[in-house]
Design a binder for this molecule. Structure first.
Ligand code: HEC
Length: 202
């Protein structure tokens, strides 16, 4: 039997986005402080069902600072797995964080042609926050970028990722331009074409 719950819903901590930019930069500069802040990050989700007629707040990450939330989301979302050279092959042991998210010159080849994980640090520098969020919200681009995942992310979470990218600062070169189906790449590629067992070598 359902019992009416007269108590207010669990407190929902607002995002701590009021820090002035100078403070954010200082926090990023101190990697230890950042790591501590990251440890404080937590997934915010409702632990109890909302009472009838009440709006349910969208889950999002809470952290002491949006840059720390962004870093946490980048790690959790495995953005480095594609957008950072050597990261996937070394289980994240390489490269150092200062080289994260600079894009990859190794393409992903499939029926869509060849796509290259973008240099996110350069594209975040070149794009206003609102435009960056809006683009990720509606954009559908080439595989294997997890567009569908980013499209459902809470706006505060997307903002946090953007601020982390901005805090990392610009670095590296733009990734090569994508190629259409059948175009021959001049770079190494990972092939996304399933190979039937009968044709497997060995
Ligand atoms: C499985 C590989 C993969 C993963 C994981 C991945 N990406 Fe991507 N991403 C790509 C590729 C490839 C492209 C280029 C797509 C295209 O050309 O349309 C891309 C493009 C993008 C773009 C568009 C860049 C621009 O300049 O417009 C953004 C932003 C982006 N990724 C953010 C992220 C974030 C944030 C994460 C982690 C939450 C992430 N990606 C995880 C492969 C990946």
């Amino acid at each position: 039997m359902r019992r009416p719950d007269p108590s207010p819903p669990p407190a929902f901590v607002p995002p701590h986005i009021a820090h002035p930019p100078a403070r954010r930069r200082r926090i990023l500069a101190a990697a230890g402080v950042l790591a501590t802040a990251m440890a404080a990050a937590a997934i915010a989700s409702r632990s109890t069902a909302p009472a009838e007629g009440q709006a349910s707040p969208t889950p999002r990450v809470l952290a002491s600072d949006p840059v720390a939330a962004g870093r946490y989301l980048v790690v959790l979302g495995d953005c480095n797995g594609c957008h950072t050279p050597r990261f996937a092959e070394t289980n994240g042991a390489e490269p150092p964080e200062s080289e994260w998210l600079t894009g990859s010159p190794i393409g992903f080849r499939g029926p869509w042609g060849v796509s290259y994980p973008s240099n996110l640090r350069l594209s975040a520098q070149a794009t206003e926050e609102a435009d960056w969020i809006a683009a990720l919200r509606r954009r559908t681009g080439l595989p294997p970028m997890p567009w569908a995942t980013l499209a459902v992310m809470n706006e505060d979470d997307l903002r946090a990722i953007y601020r982390y990218l901005r805090a990392l600062g610009p670095r590296g070169e733009p990734a090569p331009a994508a190629l259409g189906p059948g175009e021959a790449p001049e770079t190494p590629v990972f092939d996304f074409v399933p190979v039937p067992p009968s044709r497997r070598a060995g």
